[in-house]
Every structure is written in C-alpha cells, then in structure tokens.
Design a protein. Sequence first.
Length: 134
Amino acid sequence: MRQRLLAGALAGFACVLLLAGSAAAQGGQLVAAEFGIPGRRADVTPQVRALVREGVLQFEVTRQLLGVDPAPGRVKDLVIRIRHWDGNVQEYAYPEHSVVNLEVDPERAYEWHERGLHIMRAYYGGEGHFANVT
C-alpha cells in the first residue's frame, strides 16, 4: 500500500514537472495567426497580438472575438505560428470554441542582429512550483 502511494506521488510530481516544462518551452515570437478552413483562411495576426496580456495568450476561439468568418456554417480552426529562440517555427492549431493558452515573448520579440544578453523568459522555483519572473 505504501509503495503504491509513493509511486502515485512520484507520477504526479513527474506530471507537474512535465507540464511546467512544456509551458516554459512555448515561449516565442508570435509570427502569424490564421482563422478558417483549409483554402479559406483569414489573417487574424493583429487581432491575436492585441489579446496578449503580460506575455500570455489566453482566450476562447470564436469568430466574434476574431472579427471575421471566412467560412460561414463550417467549423473553423485558428492556427498560430510561434518562432522559438532557436529560429524554429511551430504551429499550434485550436478548433473553434477551444481555449488558447500560450506564452509568447513581448512585442519586441527577437532581434537577431543585436549582441549581448537578452532575457526572454525566466522562472523561479522548484519541486513543481514555478513562477514566471521574466
């Protein structure tokens, strides 16, 4: 019984660490956002950028919020492209009425031509309890 409880606690701790790591790994520059269906997409990058609050994008995907309906009567999705610090671009797709929850870097984004130290994301904590101290 005690071993089972210990194994469950360790598994839970591992999940917390995994989730904390994935949230930190999301950070990057918002490159583009498109809403619609394949072949009928609208650029909603300015609308999505306007929703960034303190480096976090968190909102429900609706045509009312995005201000456009490129495919009336069809279920649409929102595709967000994020450029990470290493230059790789990753796509995140969210079906209509789902919730976006992404970390992004400030408007300044990455300035590749500058030299020196640039802190883009900083976390403080341990044992599954982390705070964004960027």
